[in-house]
Write a protein that binds this ligand. Structure first.
Ligand SMILES: NC(=O)c1ccc[n+]([C@@H]2O[C@H](COP(=O)([O-])OP(=O)(O)OC[C@H]3O[C@@H](n4cnc5c(N)ncnc54)[C@H](OP(=O)(O)O)[C@@H]3O)[C@@H](O)[C@H]2O)c1
Length: 345
């Protein structure tokens, strides 16, 4: 099978397309024939080996796993002896290590049936970003004011839609070109970060989901209500040793002495969360926003695009489509689009 592999850390040039054996599956695993794979900043981070503090997890000198990719959608090809949820032919989405390939193996616990109203490309956009948004926003209820910093990216576009429920007021922070898109997916208010700094305004929020770490913790606290919750969720990798890790530790100390709450978490794939997302999607409450779609042979470009930090919604690799099908023109136009949401250029 074709797969996108790397045997050293670096920029997109370290990724190579190769022909390798299909993965073997254990008794509790599922072999997925990959139709599409979502791209996340995590793929760029593992490709680059950043931050350095994560290398014991990724692999000290080279990545432990040779094939990149985690988010997946596809068709079940085979199941292990102990698998009860799936059978060959089922359409699934979720997490499978090595999803930038024609086949990937996954635990049955990290997969769920694909939402019936999504294409494979749309479904592959959901797992990591959708679950981060779901897990970060737990506890939001009617009457709350929620602010999403970095609202136009993969996680942000899910977070705006998931936060948006009756009685919840959602404010999205993004650049000028993305404000209309964010209003179209449910943001009540938008703040253009190229003109305004939300931490300096008069409004106070019950929960801030911060996808960027580009404001000081003191400024973020000032924008929270006295009992508000800050969810710090990543940031850029310009601090190559620790990324935003040092800031989270400082925050854990600072927030011990105040009435506000710092809620840290590391996303993990849960079957129950995938089911919750599937229900929201099939009810029409959440629709993935797709930025660009690439062919498998263009994976390095796809990861490079996400690594620049200005994606609009999700970037997806269509494993079953060739570049000829996806080109010319913006690739996403070749894929049946999510009807209600258009990303204006
Ligand atoms: N906690 C966890 O377990 C977990 C799991 C997955 C990901 N993460 C982290 O979550 C973060 C967000 O991930 P993602 O997938 O949403 O990233 P993404 O898709 O790359 O989104 C980046 C978005 O940030 C916007 N942005 C850039 N500068 C901004 C600014 N100054 N103010 C407001 N928005 C700005 C960009 O819009 P413009 O083009 O307008 O600049 C872009 O739309 C990453 O740091 C990632 O590592 C954490």
């Amino acid at each position: 099978m074709q797969a996108i592999m790397q045997d050293r850390y670096g920029s997109a040039g370290v990724l190579e397309s190769g022909d390798i054996e299909k993965p073997d599956i254990g008794d509790d695993q599922v072999l997925v024939r990959v139709q599409a794979a979502g791209v996340n900043p995590a793929d760029w981070a593992i490709m680059s080996g950043l931050p350095y503090v994560a290398r014991p997890v990724y692999g000290l000198r080279r990545p432990k796993a040779g094939v990149r990719g985690t988010d997946v959608s596809g068709t079940v090809e085979a199941v292990g002896a102990l698998v009860t949820r799936f059978k060959p032919g089922d359409e699934v989405f979720g997490s499978a290590d090595g999803s930038f390939a024609e086949y990937a193996a996954a635990s049955e616990h990290t997969l769920a049936r694909k939402p019936g109203n999504l294409t494979f490309e749309q479904a592959a956009a959901v797992p990591m970003a959708g679950q981060v948004a779901l897990q970060a926003l737990r506890g939001v209820e009617a009457g709350h004011k929620v602010l999403i910093n970095g609202a136009s990216g993969g996680i942000g576009t899910f977070a705006v839609q998931i936060a948006k429920s009756p009685g919840v007021e959602v404010t999205a922070v993004a650049s000028t070109r993305n404000l209309d898109m964010l209003r179209s997916i449910g943001a009540d208010d938008v703040i253009d970060y190229t003109h305004d700094d939300f931490t300096q305004g008069a409004q106070r929020y019950d929960l801030i989901l911060d996808n960027l770490s580009n404001h000081s913790l003191s400024d973020l606290r000032r924008a929270l209500t006295p009992t508000g919750i800050l969810v710090p969720n990543g940031g850029r990798f310009d601090k190559r040793w620790f990324a935003s890790g040092g800031r989270v530790i400082a925050g854990m100390v600072m927030f011990r002495f105040v009435s506000q709450t710092l809620r840290t978490f590391i996303q993990s794939t849960k079957h129950a969360d995938l089911l919750e997302l599937k229900e929201l999607i099939e009810a029409g409450l959440v629709t993935p926003v797709i930025d660009r779609t690439y062919a498998l042979s263009e994976t390095a470009q796809a990861i490079g695009h996400v690594g620049e930090g200005h994606a609009r919604g999700k970037t997806v690799i269509s494993v079953s489509a060739s570049p000829m099908v996806l080109r010319p023109g913006p690739a996403a136009q070749a894929i049946p689009a999510p009807a209600p949401i258009a990303v204006a250029s």
